[in-house]
Design a protein around this ligand. Structure first.
Ligand SMILES: C[S@@+](CC[C@H](N)C(=O)[O-])C[C@H]1O[C@@H](n2cnc3c(N)ncnc32)[C@H](O)[C@@H]1O
Length: 220
């Protein structure tokens, strides 16, 4: 009993980053959530070379008029590209759990005069998107930060249309040369093992980007 109390006290005294959980299927340790201080880093000019966001969206294929969700949208680096691609007849739901990120995102959309973006403040376990409405749900450098990945994926599945796609971009954990902390990277095997049990199948893996996997899932 004394041992258990001591263990609990040690756990409670650890910094927040050290208290992250692990995924019950793979044992992968969840990454901490990037705070608003990271927003400048998300829009750094070098990102165009490192991540090639437009090439990523070309490879995924974004249809004019589509309804797209950018979950964990941050400052909107992918959102404004999605909004331009779906056009005025389409719609982008930009979700995040941090209102400060959504405020920055709104400013970035206003500067670009993009009126087809709706911001949605989500919860750690629920993106709060309308059911059966989404053609494509994008998670760019986000999934590894989910602290409640299983309920998140269940809600994500509900929000997708029957032929909707869930797309993850994750830094390659298989490649030690990719200069990102280990908990911010994933292997294809980890993503498949974690996402498929929540009612998805891994349809395609695209390896055309310099540092990230593009993982395309469909509903089972
Ligand atoms: C590394 S940033 C990436 C932002 C954006 N996708 C981009 O590529 O610029 C990760 C974002 O995911 C958000 N996030 C983490 N967990 C989340 C969750 N459960 N639901 C929604 N957003 C989440 C964080 O608040 C943060 O803004």
């Amino acid at each position: 009993m004394r041992k258990a109390v001591c263990g609990l006290l040690i756990l409670l005294s650890l910094p927040a980053w050290a208290q992250q959980g692990v995924h019950p299927v793979t044992g992968r340790r969840y990454a901490g959530v990037m705070g608003p201080a990271g927003a400048d880093w998300l829009v750094r000019p070098e990102r165009e070379v490192e991540e090639q966001p437009d090439a990523a969206l070309d490879a995924i294929g974004i249809a004019k008029g589509a309804t797209v969700a950018d979950v964990g949208a941050g400052a909107g680096y992918m959102t404004w590209r999605l909004a331009e691609r779906v056009g005025p007849s389409g719609k982008v739901y930009a979700n995040d759990i941090q209102q400060k990120m959504l405020d920055l995102l709104r400013r970035n959309m206003d500067q670009r005069k993009l009126a087809n973006v709706e911001t949605v403040l989500g919860a750690l376990d629920d993106p709060k998107l309308p059911p059966g409405a989404i053609d494509l749900l994008l998670l760019v450098d986000v999934y590894h930060e989910f602290s409640e990945p299983q309920p998140m994926l269940r809600h994500i599945r509900e929000s997708l249309k029957p032929d909707g796609r869930l797309v993850l971009l994750e830094y390659r954990a298989e490649d030690p040369q990719v200069p990102i902390r280990p908990e911010h990277k994933m292997t294809v095997a980890q993503a498949k093992a974690e996402v498929e049990p929540e009612g998805f199948r891994l349809d395609r893996v695209l390896e055309t980007l310099p540092r990230q996997h593009i993982l395309i899932f469909r509903k089972n």
